[in-house]
Design a binder for this molecule. Structure first.
Ligand SMILES: NC(=O)c1ccc[n+]([C@@H]2O[C@H](COP(=O)([O-])OP(=O)(O)OC[C@H]3O[C@@H](n4cnc5c(N)ncnc54)[C@H](O)[C@@H]3O)[C@@H](O)[C@H]2O)c1
Length: 445
């Protein structure tokens, strides 16, 4: 029973119905609802899953009701911190068995299973915290946004740096006009798309370790045999069937303050340059140029954002750095009408030229707890700043970049409203993928 004396499910259903109204309620009313207990299930409990569940679980209102992992050996850390939580290997079983006992779900599995799991949970009315990139394909990102909207759920993508003081300060500086309107943005990261197993061919099969359910790990992906040290854990990132390359791994972090600050949503064209790729793994060092419609924060009718990875960086002179200074290993360079801003990943933003900003008073911007903000918003029936209505288009953009990466040298023209890539059937086919039976993602009707 809830504090209001309602059965738990009835309370949460009524909360959901009232959710849209609550966005407009005075804060004193919302504060009262924050006392309720939230029943959470965590799917993928090690690696980033541990960071997510321990951070969500440090909220006083959270009680875990289920842990799910395909690898029995990987429950140990979660169990040591939260004893007695029932275990599942299959997320479908967890959702079926726990039913109304679950209010909200954390999804921290490899990328290819974000959408099958999160969509199944949202269809049942569960609020979702889902790791980045939100999904493995463009079409999935659109379905996630539509499902969250249709079911009026409180969602958050797991690009937690969105809530850090450094990124929030960078956003404020751009929106306050510290460097004037923005002409162009360059973003980069040192890692490259295939660096964890450093191979382009499938390895020979090997025995599946005891306690690992390889069929469930593959989930929606086409069948292939297990191999040691190339997929589970962590190294799946290199492979197109499971991961999303360097752009997918870091784009939702590094492009996030660019999206928030400039209020951009969907590119109109995308073109990639790289060393070529196979149908198995992501390319090595790449440059991806996105063109967006201009906004009130930008100069002109369009804005270019140029992404680089694998050690490629923008020309340092664009930043107007002082002698001897270098661009950071990862981050974004905003080029404005009245100066530049370098926003390292992750450190405080820097404004150039130094002479102009020597006496600039940096505003005081505090960081927030990304995970607790989601919990608080779920309980209060509010939205987050990184919900799927925002994270969906950001992840669509990142995965459009990955379509371009598989067709280097081809400029793709994207119509976000109709979800069409103009005149390019091969690219259009990559907007979605085939699902293995039992792990499909349904279109939102
Ligand atoms: N936000 C960040 O800073 C950050 C950092 C690292 C990873 N990530 C993201 O987190 C996700 C997981 O990455 P990782 O590095 O932790 O991977 P990982 O392979 O190291 O760990 C994933 C965990 O999920 C489990 N798992 C795999 N498939 C599962 C399934 N179908 N059902 C239930 N459990 C399953 C694994 O056994 C493992 O415990 C990825 O989407 C990645 O992009 C985000």
């Amino acid at each position: 029973m809830t504090q209001a004396g309602l059965p738990r499910r009835q309370f949460l259903t009524q909360s959901a119905i009232a959710a849209s109204a609550m966005f407009a309620m005075p804060s004193i009313v919302r504060a009262a609802t924050l006392q309720k207990e939230l029943h959470v299930a965590a799917i993928g409990v090690n690696g980033m899953g541990w960071a997510d569940l321990s951070s969500v679980g440090s909220h006083a209102s959270v009680r875990f009701v289920g842990f799910c992992d395909i690898d029995a050996a990987r429950f140990v850390t979660a169990d040591a911190a939260f004893a007695g939580v029932p275990h599942f290997a299959d997320y479908r079983q967890l959702l079926a068995d726990l039913g109304d006992k679950v209010d909200a779900v954390i999804v921290s599995t490899p990328d290819h299973m974000h959408a099958p799991i999160a969509m199944a949970a949202m269809k049942l009315g569960k609020h979702v915290y889902c790791q980045k990139p939100l999904t493995h394909t463009v079409w999935e990102s659109r379905q996630m946004r539509l499902m969250a909207e249709q079911k009026k759920l409180t969602t958050q993508m797991g690009n937690q740096i969105h809530s850090n003081a450094e990124y929030r300060l960078g956003v404020k500086l751009i929106q306050d006009g510290a460097i004037g309107k923005v002409r162009e943005v360059h973003s980069w990261v040192g890692v490259q798309g295939r660096q964890y197993c450093n191979r382009t061919d499938r390895p020979a099969d090997a025995p599946v370790p005891e306690g690992v359910d390889w069929n469930l790990w593959l989930g929606a992906a086409p069948e292939r045999p297990f191999a040691t040290g190339v997929y589970h854990p962590f190294k799946w990132r290199d492979w197109q069937d499971f991961g999303s390359g360097a752009l997918g791994d870091f784009g939702c972090h590094i492009l996030d303050p660019v999206f928030t600050a400039l209020e951009i949503r969907s590119p109109i064209s995308i073109e990639a340059q790289n060393d070529g790729t196979t149908s198995e793994v992501w390319p090595g060092p790449e440059t991806v140029t996105f063109e967006f419609p201009g906004t009130k924060h930008t100069v002109g009718s369009t804005l270019k954002i140029i992404w680089r990875d694998g050690g490629l960086k923008p020309p340092a002179e664009l930043a107007q750095l002082p002698d001897g200074a270098e661009l950071p290993g990862a981050g974004s360079l905003f080029i404005g009408e009245g100066g530049t801003m370098v926003l390292p990943h992750v450190a405080r933003p820097l404004l150039y030229p130094q002479s102009k900003f020597a006496n600039f008073a940096m505003p005081d911007v505090q960081g927030r707890n990304h995970w607790h903000d989601w919990v608080d918003a779920v309980i209060a029936g509010q939205k987050t700043t990184d919900g799927f209505e925002y994270a969906g288009p950001l992840s669509e953009t990142v995965q459009l970049g990955n379509i371009a990466a598989r067709l280097p040298g081809t400029k793709l023209e994207w119509n976000a409203d109709s979800m069409e890539i103009k005149g390019h059937d091969d690219a259009a086919a990559m907007l979605t993928k085939n699902y293995r039976s039992g792990f499909e993602v349904e279109a939102v009707g």
